[in-house]
Structures are given as C-alpha cells and as structure tokens.
Design a protein around this ligand. Structure first.
Ligand code: PGA
Length: 247
C-alpha cells in the first residue's frame, strides 16, 4: 500500500546544464510504479522542474522555517512553493553536522513544509559511536519524536522519513539490510505512538551508500519503502538502474 520511492540527493553537485543532460538521460526510462525524485541545489530547481520527465519529481535539500525576512542566504518555503518543487529534504546529517541543524529546527521546518504543502523527507540516524554503544534506538526515538512534535499529518502518504546512519553516508560502508529493516521498523513503531494506524502509510527510506548492486536487498525488506541515494544518484544510468530495481 506504500508506493516505493527512490530519491536522489545531489548535494552540492551539478550545474543547470548537467541537470538538463540528466533529465534527457533518464527520460522514458523511469518506472511508473516507483516514485522517482531528485533533490537538487536550489539554484537549478526551476530549470529542473521544467525539464524533468513527468514521472520524475523534484525536491529541494533544505529550507528555512520563516516565511520571509532578514535571513541572508536562506530559501523560504514560499520560494520553494513558487518553484513548484514537490519535496524538501529536512535535517540531513550534513546539515546537522556542518550547519547547526538541530532536532528543534527540524521540527519547525517540518511544520512549515506541511503548512505550504511541501512533502518533507525527514532524515534521522545515529553516528558510529552511538551505534557502537547500543544507543541507536534511543537516538532515533529522540530525533523522530522531536521532529514530529506537535505536527498534524493530514496525508501520511506525503510524509517521508529517511533512516540514514551517519557512518554509512558516502563511506561505501552500507548498513546491512537487516540493520536497515530493524531501524525502519523501529521508526515506524515510534511513529505509531503518535499517529496510530497512519504510521503504516508513512514511507520510510534507507540511505547510506545505496548502489544499484545493493538496492534490491533493501527493497525486499517489509519496512524499507525506498532509498535516499547520494553518490549513486548523480549519473543518469545509475539512477535509472536504481529506480528499476524490480527488473
Ligand atoms: P550516499 O549519500 O548515498 O552517497 O551515501 C546518502 C545521503 O547522504 O543521502
């Protein structure tokens, strides 16, 4: 009942021309039964929305939680809405590590995104020391409860959580599919304490060194509804292969 999702996170990569070539490269090759998304740098979003094939949704990688104002360098939800993007990644571990993103600001951003009908992809995940000291669930519980504190969800299918263990991001050391399943199931259980049965409609992705060679294994797990992919989403061929994991 949950539509599988494959979301690329381009991070700080690709010029406008490179993004347009990507669109040409994936055109006609993406499946209809998987929701395919690319989250791109803000400056190329408008061109990407125009050029993306109809079954490729576009997302941003961050946004501010104010509507407008004296926040130099920031992008507001109103601007994203005006650009016609569908998704926005919130609380990615790189934002938490390098730009002071906290559970509190993630919570404010989730509320703002939903206020403007932007679909949030909320990232959570433990660092290596937390996993090694058996604190993974404790960390996930704190991050999820805080991110969704006071958040009313009208359409659970429009809310996405990404479990991204920080030690697996960009390292080539992907979590095993069992680890991913355990964490995604745990996240769903935490969501159930807030949203009851609606938790079964919220999609939970795994992210961290997902590649065409390992995607199928993750997708075979009952609580893993898709993947958030960095490096392997940059090339059109690799993205097409990821999205077509069922073939
Ligand atoms: P990666 O990045 O696939 O390059 O590990 C994942 C992410 O940061 O979302």
């Amino acid at each position: 009942m949950r539509k599988p999702m494959l979301a690329g996170n381009w991070k700080m990569n690709k010029t406008r021309d490179e993004a347009i070539s990507f669109c040409l490269g994936v055109s006609g090759k993406l499946p209809l039964d998987v929701e395919c998304v690319v989250c791109a740098p803000a400056i190329i979003l408008r061109d990407l929305v125009k050029r993306a094939p109809s079954n490729l949704a576009v997302g941003a990688q961050n946004m501010d939680y104010h509507d407008s104002g004296a926040f130099t360098g920031e992008i507001s939800p109103i601007m994203l809405k005006d650009t016609a993007v569908s998704y926005v990644i919130l609380g990615h571990s790189e934002r938490r590590a390098y730009y002071n993103e906290t559970d509190e600001t993630v919570n404010l951003k989730v509320k703002k995104a939903l206020e403007y009908d932007l679909k949030p992809i909320v990232c959570v995940g433990e660092v290596l020391e937390e996993r090694e000291s058996n604190k993974t669930n404790e960390v996930l519980k704190r991050q999820v409860l805080k991110a969704f504190e006071g958040v009313e969800i009208a359409n659970p299918a429009d809310v996405v959580v990404a479990y991204e263990p920080v030690w697996a991001i960009g390292t080539g050391k992907n979590a095993s599919s069992d680890m991913a399943e355990d964490a995604c199931k745990y996240i769903r259980d935490v969501l159930r304490t807030i949203y009851a049965d609606k938790a079964d409609e919220i999609r939970i992705l795994y992210g961290g060194s997902v590649k065409p060679v390992n995607i199928k294994e993750y997708m075979s797990k009952p609580n893993v509804d898709g993947a958030l992919v960095g490096g392997a989403s940059l090339q059109a061929d690799s993205f097409v292969e990821l999205c077509n994991y069922q073939k």
